[in-house]
Ligand binder design. Structure first.
Ligand code: IVH
Length: 275
């Protein structure tokens, strides 16, 4: 969504991109084949596979190891300044740990709420007679975009680091090693991220993450595959607003069974029957 006017705007030093989607194994096969063709490789390169967290992406800018700005994605070019709110999130370090971080270090990832915390927030909303949130993602968005940061502070928002924006120096040469660097800087990174050497391995990781989906304790809506080597990512580049080196393999929509208990027909003044 375009940024609202209530928060100051922040222009992203490096645009925040979105991802193309795959909906079947064949789509993923086509993605891998496209990457190989573009790079003129006889074998697939290594890919990371990681859960696609269903939250809000956020860009955290650190200068000399200190958090200076936190911004929402907005339209990808310009987001909202949510620094005061993000400073209340326990999982977002105010200072980077270790010492191998670059002086300008923009860490990107997902702000989200766990299932149990979402249920507790809705129970509290109900007690207060306030509007209930439809899902954890909406509750996370509503909690972050509070003009009063003390309300955000009472919501147990969480953060996984998985990407980056401006870096004055690259601490690693692959997606995998970048995420390991973020862990050293004090961020939580997803323990289910895997390194795959073939299409079969990518699809196997997708199946195993899908099998765990209900027990993770937070919402995910798919698996993201990324070409591991940053050198290859650079050669692949972008098409419009999505990188050629990554794609999201979406899960089918969650299905549930509804028991229809009855249909009431109202007969109107003109004789019209309305169920
Ligand atoms: S990578 C240049 N990795 O999905 C690629 N995105 O549909 C940047 N998301 O806006 C994104 N989990 O909010 C990436 N492990 C993950 C992700 C992830 C969730 C979200 C992110 C992004 C959206 C794109």
């Amino acid at each position: 969504a375009a940024p609202s006017s209530r928060f100051a705007k922040v222009r992203h030093a490096v645009p925040m991109l979105s991802l193309d989607n795959c909906f079947s194994d064949d789509d993923v096969g086509d993605f891998v084949a496209r990457v190989m063709r573009f790079l003129n490789l006889p074998e697939p390169p290594a890919f990371t596979a990681e859960p696609k967290i269903d939250g809000l992406s956020c860009s955290l800018r650190y200068e000399h190891g200190v958090l200076v700005t936190a911004a929402t994605r907005g339209d990808g070019a310009e987001g909202e300044d949510v620094t005061a709110n993000v400073r209340t999130i326990g999982e977002v370090p105010h200072k980077l740990a270790g010492k191998d971080w670059p002086d300008i270090c923009e860490v990107r990832g997902e702000i989200y709420l766990g299932h149990a915390d979402f249920a507790a927030i809705n129970a509290e909303q109900e007690r207060l007679g306030e509007k209930l949130f439809a899902n954890p993602r909406n509750a996370a968005a509503g909690s972050l975009r509070q003009l009063d940061a003390s309300i955000t502070a009472r919501r147990p928002l969480r953060f996984f680091a998985y990407a980056w924006g401006e870096m004055s120096r690259m601490p690693a040469a692959s997606q995998w090693d970048m995420v390991q660097a973020f862990a050293r800087y004090g961020f939580r990174v997803n323990p289910r991220m895997a390194l795959c050497q073939s299409l079969a391995e990518m699809l196997a990781v997708y199946r195993s993450i899908e099998a765990e989906r209900a027990s993770l304790g937070y919402d995910i809506d798919g698996v993201v595959y990324k070409v591991n080597e940053l050198g290859l990512q650079g050669r692949l580049g972008f098409v419009s607003r999505a990188p050629r080196w990554a794609t999201a393999h979406k899960f089918p929509a969650e299905k549930a069974t509804t028991e229809l208990l009855g249909i009431e027909i109202q007969v109107g003044r003109t004789g019209a029957h309305t169920p």
